[in-house]
Each structure stands twice: as C-alpha cells, then as structure tokens.
Design a protein around this ligand. Structure first.
Ligand code: ZN
Length: 138
C-alpha cells in the first residue's frame, strides 16, 4: 500500500478512536446486540431504532482496542440514515474488504479499515461492530 494512503488511513482510524461518533446508551432502542472478542478484550453494545425500514438512530457503547472502537464509530456514521437492506449490503462489503477482496463500491472512509486485512488477528476486531449490526438488524 502507498505510504501516504496508509498514513491517511491511520489518521482516519485514530480520529474515530479519539472522537467516536454515535457513542452512547440507548436503553429504549428496539434493536440491540452485544458482541465481544475475548481474544482482544473488545466489547460492543449496539442500539438501533428503525423507522419505516430506515436506521433512524444508531448508538454504541464499548471498550477495547483502537481498531474495534474506531470501526464501531465508522460503522455507526456510515449506516446512520440508511435503509436496512443497504446497511446489510455495506456490512457484507466491509466483510469482503477485511478478507482482502477489492471493494465493488466506493466505501469512503471505511477504506481506512482495509489496512487491517493484513493482520488476521485484528480482522475480528474490525468486524466486531459489523457483526453486531447484522445481528441487530436480523
Ligand atoms: Zn481488538
């Protein structure tokens, strides 16, 4: 990977880790999911509110490594306002990206996660919030 792109990706991940978007509790959210990754000590609790098939609210709480928490923040930002089917498609695209496949669509800032694909032990960290998303939407 190009060194400048790699640096940019690092910046995006650090920014989301330091200033997470959509962080908070949602005790009344209709859809929730909790996932953990004991290998790394990562935990994500996700809350979603749907309105007419669209994600009207998405919040998460969690702890763990920078990759898992940044990925949760990026996921929440990316799926906020999306239709359920579109959000599931995006989750599938990110899963493919994490397995080293080139994306079929422009994933925007989510491309920053692509560098993680080279570190199999961290792929679980990056996918944790996306797995929680799929569970909450199912
Ligand atoms: Zn982790």
């Amino acid at each position: 990977m190009d060194a400048m792109i790699e640096e940019l990706y690092q910046e995006i991940i650090l920014d989301h880790y330091r200033s997470p978007r959509h962080r908070g509790r949602c005790p009344h959210c209709g859809r929730t999911a909790h996932r953990d990754n004991p290998l790394c000590g990562d935990e994500i609790t996700l809350g979603l509110e749907l309105s007419e098939g669209t994600i009207a609210r998405v919040v998460f709480e969690g702890q763990g490594c920078s990759i898992s928490q940044a990925s949760a923040s990026m996921m929440a930002e990316a799926v906020d306002g999306l239709g359920v089917e579109r959000a599931l498609e995006l989750a599938a695209s990110v899963r493919r990206l994490m397995h080293g496949e080139p994306p079929e669509e422009d994933l925007g800032d989510l491309m920053a996660l692509s560098g993680v694909a080279r570190f199999p032990v961290r792929v679980k960290c990056a996918l944790l919030p996306w797995t929680a998303l799929v569970e909450a939407l199912s």
